[in-house]
Every structure is written in structure tokens, then in C-alpha cells.
Design a protein around this ligand. Structure first.
Ligand SMILES: Nc1ncnc2c1ncn2[C@@H]1O[C@H](COP(=O)(O)OP(=O)(O)OP(=O)(O)O)[C@@H](O)[C@H]1O
Length: 470
């Protein structure tokens, strides 16, 4: 049950941003870039609302509005325009446009207008497939719009792209988007993580080997370069590449040809390279750990993904996206309140979007109410995030020291005595987090519910004491 939106916009980054936002809000989106295509689509499908730019490749979206009216007499039209002039606004209102949005517009307001426009229209079934495949890259911050713009610039060429950003910022997702939306989408997308492959196997993994090339090379093997032929090769964690492999990669990039390990013949490959790193390669060049010439070969089009803490305005949209994902994976269907989003925005997210995603899945699983509010966030996600490790370590170490001093455990009995001593506060703390709910406490701890109940009574813990009092 969703409403169909026709988007006529030839600025790819704006189209991507709007499409994403609409899909997130549950709309079916069909996008096109020209008046000609618009009229074809209107002739074939039924749309509940149309969003149109004014200056299009093949004409003026407003001047040609009569054709739209003939094809879909009562479809509301929302006009988006970069010509922020009175004239455009007046022409838009003359044409019975439902609403007029000068660019740059507030995306939330636009979404609101679309929702209003379709509010009284029954939704359609069986609309045409959207033109573009869904691009699951969420982000309305200026930083992410900059990323979208860079992505659109590399779709129709094979320029090498270097994606930088902290771990979990979405580098692999961007690489996939470049492949999926670009001209190589019918070819393979092959990803190799330099950090995950033992150094001595990396060259053979990337370039393949001939039988007998080294001990253990019992048969010929095709490498990732050849597997990616006609498509995209994603080289992840490129900063972890050992020196010899760097040299071999540079040669391959310069010549467009590779040689299997132990092989003589050069093989031509047609591969688009997208590399990524969470390290700063420039100082590594100075230290002689990364080849400068390779760096320039890779860094043709740089795309930088800022850490999530520098774009808190993306958190809300990401939360909604991940709650939707969680629901589609069988977890309870949850909403987040404004307060919850604010609480999440205020966090550090050192693990970036990946950490946020995990947190949201955890919330969807554990939250009791349909709407996750601020207190659920505070209760279910560890509260303050201190600089990594430090505080937790100090706290536990201090506690151990105090315990040794006080309990004076007997030699040979320290392990069991310590576990017993820590079991009680651990259970109590867990019950506090679950507000006395034993079932959820058992789930959090990963132990059987009956075992927990038995231990609680042995340790003289009363779960009811942890129930939330209002
Ligand atoms: N803008 C985004 N919109 C939606 N999901 C995102 C976005 N950015 C990241 N994610 C999700 O966050 C997780 C981590 O993203 P990804 O693996 O692409 O990060 P990465 O930068 O490649 O991390 P690493 O450096 O650790 O390999 C994935 O589940 C990905 O789908």
C-alpha cells in the first residue's frame, strides 16, 4: 500500500536525495530527467503526485504542464526550482501547481508537502518499476550531499576512486553504489580486504597464480583482478597492502595488464578500481610505507566520508532506516521518538554508522514499547561513552584491587571466588538495565532463564526490587 511519485529532475544529486527521502517515507518513486520521458511515463502509469524541476534538458517543465494536465487531470504537482524568481513562483501558481519549492528547500518540508498532496488519494498497485535501483545510502547533511554529488560524477566514467573515512562510515556502501548506479552495473563487483588476507597470499589472491608457482600452488588460480573483468574491483583497507603487492598493483594500473604469480604471459583486464582506507595515507608515504606513485594513481577522485559525530543531522534518518531494516528482518516494528533521536544524536559513535546500526537493532529487539523514547535509549544502550576502553578498564581494575584487599581470597581459590564475587553485582546491574525483567536479563546475559532464576535466589537477589517505579 504505497503511493506513487513521479520525480522529474535532471540534477542527479538532488534526485538521489529526494528519491531516498521519499522511499524512506514509504513512497514508490519513479525518476526521470526529461520532459519527453516524463510524458512517456505519465502515459503508462498512474502517479499520485509529481515533483518537477523547471529547467530541464529538453525544455521548461512549467511551460509544458498542459501535457501533464491532459494525461493526469487531478494529479497534484509540486514544483522545485532553482530559479528563485518571482516569475517562476507566479508561473507555478498559474499552472495549478499544488506547491512551489524554491531551491535550496528544506527536505522535511518537501516530504510534508508530498504527504499532504497524496493524503486523500487511494494508493496504487502495480506501478512501473523505478528507473534507478534503490541506493541505500542515507544522509541529508551537506557532507553527505557532497558525497552524493561526487558519486554522480564518476558514474559515466572509469576514473579511479579513493574513498577515505573512519571505520564504519559507509565506504564499502559508497563503492557498491558507484558500481550499482554506474555504467558497469552489469559486470561483477569484487571486493578484497587487504587487512583480512595474509600478506604472503595477497598477490596470488589479487593476480592469481599458475600451477607450481609456489609450494601449495597445486593448480592454476584466477585472481580477483580477472574475476572483476568488465566490472569493479573494490580494494578495501588499501593502507594495509604490503610493499611488493603495491608495486604489482601499480604496474597493473599503469598498463591495464596483470601477470599471474609464476606466470609469464601478460593478461589484459578491464577493471574499474575503487579503493578505500581508514588510514591517512599521506604520512605513510613520508614513512616509506605507502608508495607515493601508487597514491596518486589511486587518488584520482577522492571521496571523503566524515565521521557520524560530525553530521548528527543524519542520525534521525539513519535511525528510521535501520528500524525499517530491523523490522524487515523479523524484529519488532518500532518507531523512535524525537527525544530518542536527540539522545542518539548527542552520542559520539566512534564506530560510526556501523555502531549506530547495531545499536538500533539492539533497541528494536529489546525495547518494550512500540515507540522507543529517550529513557529506553538511556536504559538499553550503555550511557556515557568515555574515550575508548580507559574508563571501563580503570573502573574494573580498581574494583578488582579493592576486592583483593578486602576479600583476601585464599591461594588457589582466587578464580572461583572472584567470579562468585562479580556474579552478584553483574546480575544486579543487568536487572537494573532491564528494570527487573528476568526474561530480558537472561537474554542479555545469554544464560538460561531458569538458571538465572535459580542463581538469583541463591544469591539472595530480589528482581522485583529493580522494577521501575514511576
Ligand atoms: N549512509 C549510510 N546509509 C545507510 N547505511 C549505512 C550508511 N553508511 C554506512 N551504513 C551501514 O553501516 C555499516 C558499515 O558500513 P560500511 O561497511 O560500508 O563501512 P566502512 O567504512 O566500509 O567500514 P570499514 O572501514 O570498517 O570497512 C553497513 O551496515 C552499512 O550498510
Amino acid at each position: 500500500m504505497s503511493h506513487a511519485v513521479l520525480l522529474v529532475e535532471d540534477d542527479k544529486s538532488i534526485a538521489t536525495v529526494i528519491t531516498e527521502a521519499l522511499r524512506e517515507d514509504g513512497f514508490e518513486v519513479t525518476a526521470c530527467e526529461s520532459i519527453e520521458r516524463r510524458d512517456v511515463l505519465l502515459g503508462h502509469g498512474r502517479f499520485d503526485v509529481m515533483l518537477t524541476d523547471v529547467m530541464l534538458q529538453d525544455g521548461d517543465g512549467l511551460a509544458s504542464i498542459d501535457a501533464v494536465r491532459r494525461a493526469a487531470p487531478d494529479m497534484p504537482v509540486i514544483v522545485l526550482s532553482a530559479q528563485n524568481t518571482l516569475d517562476t513562483a507566479v508561473r507555478a501558481s498559474d499552472s495549478d501547481a499544488f506547491e512551489y519549492f524554491p531551491k535550496p528547500f528544506d527536505l522535511d518540508e518537501l516530504m510534508h508537502a508530498v504527504a499532504q498532496a497524496v493524503a486523500n488519494r487511494p494508493s496504487v498497485e502495480g506501478v512501473e518499476e523505478p528507473e534507478e535501483s534503490a541506493l541505500p545510502l542515507i544522509g541529508r547533511s551537506p557532507a553527505m550531499q557532497g558525497v552524493f554529488r561526487m558519486i554522480t560524477r564518476v558514474l559515466r566514467n572509469d576514473l579511479t576512486v579513493l574513498i577515505t573515512g573512519e571505520s564504519g562510515t559507509g565506504k564499502e556502501l559508497v563503492a557498491e553504489a558507484i558500481h550499482e548506479l554506474g555504467s558497469r552495473k552489469t559486470g561483477p563487483f569484487v571486493a578484497v580486504n587487504m587487512a583480512a588476507i595474509p600478506h604472503d597470499l595477497l598477490e596470488s589472491e589479487l593476480f592469481g597464480h599458475e600451477r607450481g608457482a609456489f609450494t601449495g600452488a597445486v593448480s592454476q588460480q584466477i585472481g580477483k583482478f580477472e574475476q572483476a573483468n568488465g566490472g569493479t574491483l573494490f580494494l578495501d583497507e588499501i593502507g594495509d597492502m604490503p610493499a611488493e603487492a603495491q608495486t604489482r598493483l601499480l604496474r597493473a594500473l599503469q598498463s591495464g595488464r596483470i601477470r599471474r604469480v609464476g606466470g609469464r604471459q601478460e593478461i589484459g583486464v578491464d577493471v574499474r578500481i575503487v579503493a578505500a582506507t581508514n588510514r591517512d595515507l599521506v604520512p605513510m608515504i613520508g614513512e616509506g610505507r605507502f608508495r607515493e606513485d601508487l597514491y596518486y594513481r589511486l587518488n584520482v577522485v577522492p571521496i571523503h566520508l566524515p565521521p557520524l559525530r560530525e553530521r548528527p543531522e543524519d542520525v534521525g534518518a539513519l535511525v528510521r532506516h535501520f528500524l525499517g531494516q530491523a523490522a524487515s528482518e523479523g524484529l519488532p516494528n518500532r518507531q523512535a521518538s524525537l527525544g530518542a533521536i536527540e539522545a542518539l544524536e548527542a552520542r559520539e559513535w566512534r564506530g560510526n554508522v556501523r555502531e549506530l546500526r547495531n545499536a538500533i537493532f539492539r533497541l528494536a529487539l529489546m525495547a518494550r514499547e512500540e515507540v522507543i523514547d529517550r529513557s529506553a535509549v538511556d536504559d538499553l544502550l550503555p550511557a556515557v561513552r568515555k574515550p575508548e576502553g580507559e574508563s571501563a578498564k580503570h573502573g574494573l581494575e580498581a574494583a578488582l584491587e579493592a576486592w583483593f584487599d578486602e576479600a583476601r581470597p585464599v591461594d588457589g581459590g582466587v578464580y572461583h571466588a572472584a567470579l562468585a564475587a562479580f556474579e552478584k553485582p553483574l546480575f544486579e546491574h543487568t536487572l537494573q538495565r532491564t528494570q527487573g525483567n528476568q526474561l530480558r536479563a537472561a537474554r542479555m546475559l545469554g544464560i538460561n532463564r531458569n538458571t538465572l532464576r535459580k542463581r538469583l535466589s541463591e544469591l539472595d537477589i530480589t528482581p522485583e526490587n529493580f522494577a521501575r517505579r514511576s
